[in-house]
Design a protein around this ligand. Structure first.
Ligand SMILES: *[C@@H]1O[C@H](CO)[C@@H](O)[C@H](O)[C@H]1NC(C)=O
Length: 500
């Protein structure tokens, strides 16, 4: 008889070969033989792997993306704090706290709603969250202060350098009582609160640490009000300038704290501030700057579950948002490309595609549990409608589009080869150990050759409004991947991998 082994504690259970085989068999049985069907589980695995390519700091022994190495090991030193770790936001080497926090919130939401569909990938998804939350805990370790950025974006963008070689200015930026930033602090509180739910059962101590910190950061965000763009100006603008105001992040932070803590004070905060903070404003967007649609969809879950009738107005807002996305209803407010992709002007369009599709799918699930549909003036939109629309967007990303190419690097037979990404486009440290200086990298930037390091799972900004894609590094709006494109996609792919 085999000796009984204790189950390892913590979130990262070692998956046994038998379990792997089980999942493979399960997938094999589930996947229909039709040619147009996608391997959503493969895409899910890759979408999570991408986050390893964005890691900053000292890389752990289980790092799977081997061409990246340690970088930015002195981040924070100039301010006397340890700010190593976290994620580079996109194809550059700056750590921008505002989109990093949003990425963390959405990765957590992906796991909260769809973790049960992730199978063997759940561990990796949780690790991707922890890489961010370990950093966010460092960034919020000083009371009434949030360190919101490491790296001077102008200095960084002036160079085409590997993160491992970086010699650009690693200036540390913070918000505090005298220089408030309710937007970035509110989003950071949301991220910590959402992640506390992810760790609740597998690591209760870490989960409480996250929740306690979320409470303190939210207090700071609410008490010292202001937009971080006004406090930090050219350090954060035009990069991640808060154009939309900080009011939405306060409601968003409160909504996540309400969900994570079930404390009456957050429910009361939401009710008291719903009008003042404009819950129903500019609702047909969802991204690192604008949380309105997300707030309403998140809160609607409870209304649709029959647990919070007093929050009914949020469900009406969410219904209105859903109607604004549907093609062929009386008041569509969103553009679709001729090939069927959601399109919003302003660059990095895929961020809108994945975040809006995530809300469609999440809402579809809440509706089907409640056996409800959305009245959109004409025929009502059913849960199936919303799910099909989200699936159509995911399938477009994976290759069902006029160019027949996948916009996820490393997925399918054709995918972007020249993504706007420093680490991916320069030779790896292993292939080329000697330093490559700031301007010496330009020849790799301008080269017509494919990137030498395949950043598996990266989803790029995507085609223009006519479904055309240049696959060229200088076209950063089309060819740059970002963490906040992938974060909601993780949830979408998890769902479709389990429901094909
Ligand atoms: C999209 O890109 C293609 C190819 O570069 C170009 O011909 C087309 O005009 C662009 N469409 C728009 C709307 O910019």
């Amino acid at each position: 008889m085999a000796p009984r082994t204790r189950r390892p504690s913590g979130c990262f259970l070692a998956s046994s070969p038998a379990l792997h085989l089980f999942f493979l068999l399960l997938l094999g049985l589930q996947r229909p033989a039709s040619a147009s069907s996608h391997d959503y589980h493969d895409a899910l695995r890759k979408s999570i792997l991408f986050f390893e390519g964005q890691r900053s700091g000292k890389l752990p022994p289980d790092q799977r993306l081997k061409w990246r190495h340690d970088s930015a090991l002195k981040d924070g030193a100039s301010a006397g704090v340890d700010l190593t770790g976290g994620y580079y936001d996109a194809g550059d080497n700056v750590k921008f706290g505002f989109p990093m926090a949003f990425t963390t919130t959405l990765l957590s939401w992906s796991i909260i709603d769809f973790g049960k569909n992730m199978g063997s990938e759940l561990n990796n998804a949780i690790k991707a969250v922890k890489w961010a939350t370990d950093y966010l805990l460092k960034a919020t370790s000083v009371p009434d202060t949030v360190f919101v950025q490491v790296g001077d974006a102008f200095s960084d963008h002036n160079c085409w350098e590997r993160p491992e070689d970086m010699d650009t200015l690693r200036t540390v930026y913070k918000v505090d009582r005298a220089h408030p930033g309710s937007d970035v602090a509110g989003e950071t509180a949301a991220a910590l609160a959402a992640a506390s739910i992810v760790f609740r059962s597998c690591d209760p101590a870490y989960s409480s640490l996250l929740l306690d910190r979320a409470v303190k950061v939210f207090e700071f965000a609410d008490k010292y009000r202001g937009a971080y763009s006004n406090s930090l100006r050219s350090a954060v603008c035009p990069f991640y300038c808060d154009v939309n105001g900080y009011q939405d992040e306060l409601l968003w932070g409160a909504a996540w704290l309400h969900k994570a803590s079930r404390k009456r004070e957050y429910r009361e905060y939401i009710l008291r501030n719903e009008e003042v903070l404009g819950a129903g404003d500019t609702i047909n967007e969802f991204g690192w700057d604008n949380k309105h649609a997300g707030i309403n969809v998140l809160i609607s879950k409870e209304v649709l579950m029959g647990k919070a009738d007093y929050l009914k107005s949020f469900q009406l807002n969410a219904d209105r948002f859903i109607c604004s996305l549907l093609p062929g209803v009386s008041h569509p407010q969103i553009q679709y490309s001729p090939g069927g992709l959601i399109f919003k002007a302003g660059g990095s369009n895929m961020q809108h595609v994945t975040s809006l599709s995530f809300l469609l799918l999440a809402y579809s699930n809440y509706l089907s549990h409640a056996n409800k549909a959305v009245p959109c003036g004409g025929p009502s939109a059913t849960a199936d409608h919303l799910r099909n629309l989200a699936k159509r967007q995911v399938d477009y990303i994976l290759g069902d589009n006029p160019l027949r190419m996948s916009y996820m690097v490393g997925y399918g037979p054709r995918y972007p080869q020249r993504i706007h990404h420093r680490a991916s486009s320069l030779p790896s440290v292993r292939a080329h150990p000697a330093r490559i200086g700031c301007k010496a990298g330009s020849r790799y930037f301008l080269s017509p050759n494919p990137n030498p390091n395949v950043l598996v799972g990266a989803v790029v900004g995507g085609p223009n409004s006519s479904d055309a894609f240049p696959d060229s590094r200088p076209f950063f709006q089309e060819s740059e991947p970002t963490t906040y494109i992938n974060a909601p996609l993780v949830g979408l792919l998890a769902y479709f991998s389990a429901h094909t």
